[in-house]
Design a protein around this ligand. Structure first.
Ligand code: 3HC
Ligand code: NAI
Length: 694
């Protein structure tokens, strides 16, 4: 028998226990062990009923994702579940932790299910670009109804066992030790003469409109994804087909999805996100500092959002501003944001009050003396930041982490004004800071390892995805974005229009095209930076920002002024092409002696995408990002890159770096100046490797 699954008897109840840490994934050894132990239980004359339970922290959290795309060792999960469903003796699943995917499907192959009240159940396969492939789309609708099953399967969200209790998913909640409660529950089923219960024998009905309406309702949010629609199709088969036919249909859809580029991209993200949490020279057991209180300097756009993250996590936070007016304004915007969430029914008034009570305002640095972390989020200016860090160095307690939210400035230079540069780090939040999941954590030259470890941990506490980056202008995300925006503007000067460029990238899957993003972020932001850097700009290079400058000079700052690259009607965020802008673009092309040409969608896509990839390659080579997967995580969580494409670096690997490199060389020939093939891209292309081979 496999040591991953064991069988013991407890009175007249046979207990099958899975021990495959950390999450009891249902890999080949577990599957074999499950079948062997079931046979053992059925053969045990002393056992009247069987209990299936996970050892350690959880019931199985799913199939073993690392096995996808490889030949499947026998028995497959469907065969295991069929064996449990047709077991000679009644089987009761005992759930704790997270019974997810194949784990929940296995539990649905049992007659009854009991669970700890704090357990969670779910079918999150859709998040990996697949559908439940071990009967989940056939058994769950039969058990809880088609509509409820659609909601769970298409969202992939977990449901608390206490909420699943009574739906059929969970029959009994166990208080106290699970195995003890499960054995007692199983015994009671036998004592009470409860019948066997095979979900595959049940039937479910639902009108066709349910599925059509559901597909329509997700059309926008699931744009570009394959799996959500396959999930709907498969659940529909539970209504329309006999069980075995529905299972065959599910298998067909599962195989299609698992082999799709969309699923490969989503699975890459699953592992890249977990990899990003690991820092090679900062081991997992590095001690961390306690973060029980926070201070924030500046209650503007970013400071307010950052404060909300702490309050949401139950950490008291003090906001410091220059004067009462700025403080009141910042606090009132926070209150307005929370009130909107309450209005939408996503937060209770009581929870809002508790969160607001955690946020206090001050103008006195002495109030930050006891903060465990202080994050500076004032205007972007080196002298001002230095002044603030000098003050923080004076007032903050020893061991406090001093962080800056700068998006462009040198964190080493900021750290150098303090007597404790080892406590200084960059925390680059993205706007709106209370919404965006990404947090670039900027490690400066002298940042201590425990400060890195603490900040990475803090990112999880405040529900962000933290990615460690090094110091350079723009860090990872904005440095790449700069080249991408620049190329988009070159394309416009050469012959494209903003709406064409945006359409190409939106249709490919980006949440927004580059010009719509510039309008959202504010055209004035880049304009100010360009003015500041005008003196040091390399005058031998072309200047593709002339149109952007002229827009800004006319006060067309983007959405906030109702006009930018596009027009925005009062109260609308929908960009409308503006003939005035087109006229301006044509004029600028003329002034620069550029004879405009029709540019193909393919050229637009490649030039924008390969600028991202080429910049990413340089960033990797310089060690500013630790792994290509980290860059992918940054782009997906911070820049609206479609998750089903796996991120820019993963996507380049899928295309093949040789092909990417050759195109980059072609663009260098044709466009010159801004196309310098990254040495790493050339090296990997020559070696026939991808970024993931590094
Ligand atoms: N297969 C393989 N490895 C898995 C895994 C799985 N299903 N689930 C988690 N792991 C690994 C992680 O990669 C991680 O490995 P690492 O330590 O080497 O980085 C380790 O287990 C711990 O995972 P987390 O760091 O994510 O631990 P958390 O405690 O934060 O979260 C969890 C636990 C909620 C279970 C989370 O890991 C998770 O969501 N896992 C995926 C669940 C899932 O998608 N299940 C469906 C799988 S597909 C399926 O079942 C197909 C079926 O329908 C046929
Ligand atoms: P903002 O202009 O909205 O807010 C800055 C706030 O700082 C203002 O409320 C101002 O009163 C306050 N302030 C100025 N001097 C101060 C001082 N001496 N003491 C206390 N408070 C002071 O600016 P925003 O957009 O919030 O940016 C803040 C920082 O975050 C900047 O470094 C910026 O580069 C960075 N950042 C901005 C992003 C954005 O999208 N807005 C994204 C990521 C980083």
């Amino acid at each position: 028998m496999s040591e991953l699954v064991s069988y013991q008897r407890n009175g007249s109840v046979g207990v099958i226990t899975i021990e495959n840490p950390p999450v009891n994934a249902l890999g080949a050894g577990v599957r074999k062990g499950l079948v062997d132990c079931l046979a053992k239980g059925n053969a045990d004359a002393e056992a009247a009923v069987l209990v299936l339970i996970g050892g350690g922290r959880t019931f199985p959290a799913g199939a073993d994702i690392t096995e996808f795309g490889k030949p499947m060792a026998e028995p497959d999960l469907n065969a295991v579940i069929t064996a449990y469903e047709s077991s000679g003796k009644m089987v009761v699943a005992a759930i704790h932790g997270t019974a997810l995917g194949g784990g929940l499907e296995l539990a649905l192959g049992c007659d009854y299910r009991c669970a700890s009240s704090n357990a969670n159940v779910g079918l999150p396969e859709v998040k990996l670009g697949i559908l439940p492939g071990a009967g989940g789309t056939q058994r769950l609708p039969r058990l809880i109804g088609a509509e409820a099953a659609l909601k769970m399967i298409v969202s992939g969200d977990m449901v608390k066992a206490s909420d699943a209790h009574g739906t059929g998913i969970v029959d009994h909640i166990v208080d106290g030790e699970l195995v003890v409660g499960a054995v007692a529950f199983a015994q009671s089923l036998i004592d009470e003469g409860k019948p066997r219960r095979r979900i595959s024998d049940m039937t479910v009905t639902a009108p066709a409109e349910l599925f059509e309406g559901f597909a329509k309702s997700i059309a926008r949010s699931a744009r570009g994804f394959k799996a959500p629609f396959a999930c709907i199709e498969s659940v529909r088969a539970a209504v329309d087909m006999a069980f075995d036919d529905g299972m065959a249909n599910e298998r067909r859809l599962f195989v299609e999805c698992v082999g799709s580029p969309e699923s490969k991209g989503q699975r890459h993200m699953f592992f890249a996100e977990r990899e990003a949490a690991k820092i090679p020279d900062v081991p997992k057991d590095t001690p961390t500092r306690d973060i029980a209180s926070a201070g924030i300097i500046g209650a503007g756009t970013m400071g307010g959002g950052i404060a909300m993250n702490f309050a949401n996590a139950g950490i008291p936070v003090t906001l410091l501003e220059v004067n009462q007016e700025a403080l009141d304004k910042g606090l009132s915007i926070i209150a307005k944001n929370y009130a909107n969430t309450v209005k939408k029914g996503r937060l209770s008034q009581d929870a809002m009050d508790k969160r607001m009570a955690l946020i206090s305002g001050t103008q006195d640095y002495a109030d930050l003396a006891n903060a465990d972390i202080v994050i500076e989020a004032v205007f972007e200016g080196m002298e001002l930041k230095k002044e603030i860090f000098t003050k923080l160095d004076e007032v903050c307690k020893p061991g406090a982490i001093l962080a800056t939210n700068t998006s462009t400035l040198d964190v080493n230079e900021i750290a150098a004004v303090t007597k404790r540069p080892e406590d200084v780090i960059g925390t680059h939040f993205f706007s709106p800071a209370n919404v965006m999941k990404l947090l670039e954590i900027v490690r400066a030259e002298k940042t201590a390892k425990d400060v890195v470890a603490t900040t990475m941990k803090l990112s999880r506490t405040i529900r962000k995805v933290g990615v460690l980056v090094g110091v350079c202008d723009g860090f990872v995300g904005n440095r790449m974005l700069h080249d991408y925006f620049r190329e988009a503007q070159c394309l416009v000067e050469e012959g494209a229009l903003p709406q064409q460029v945006d359409r190409v990238l939106y249709d490919w899957g980006f949440a927004m095209g580059p010009f719509a993003v510039m309008d959202l972020a504010g055209i004035d932001v880049g304009w100010r930076i360009r003015k500041e850097q005008a003196a040091t700009r390399d005058k031998n290079l072309p200047y593709p920002s002339t149109v952007a400058d002229r827009l800004a000079e006319q006060g067309r700052f983007g959405q906030k002024t109702g006009k930018g690259w596009y027009l925005y009607e009062e109260g609308s965020r929908t960009p409308k092409p503006d003939p005035e802008v087109e006229k301006m673009i044509l004029q600028v092309s003329g002034e620069k002696g550029i004879s405009r040409r029709a540019i193909s969608d393919e050229e637009i896509f490649k030039r924008c995408m390969y600028q991202l990839v080429n910049a990413g390659a340089n960033i990797l080579d310089e060690g500013i990002a630790l792994r290509s997967g980290d860059i992918d995580v940054i782009y997906i969580y911070g820049y609206g890159f479609p998750v089903y494409r796996g991120g820019p670096m993963f996507h380049a690997d899928q295309i093949g770096l040789k092909s990417v490199y050759e195109d980059v060389c072609k663009f260098k020939e044709a466009q010159g100046a801004f196309w310098k093939p990254a040495p790493l891209l050339k090296r990997l292309a020559d070696e026939g490797k991808g970024f993931s081979d590094l």
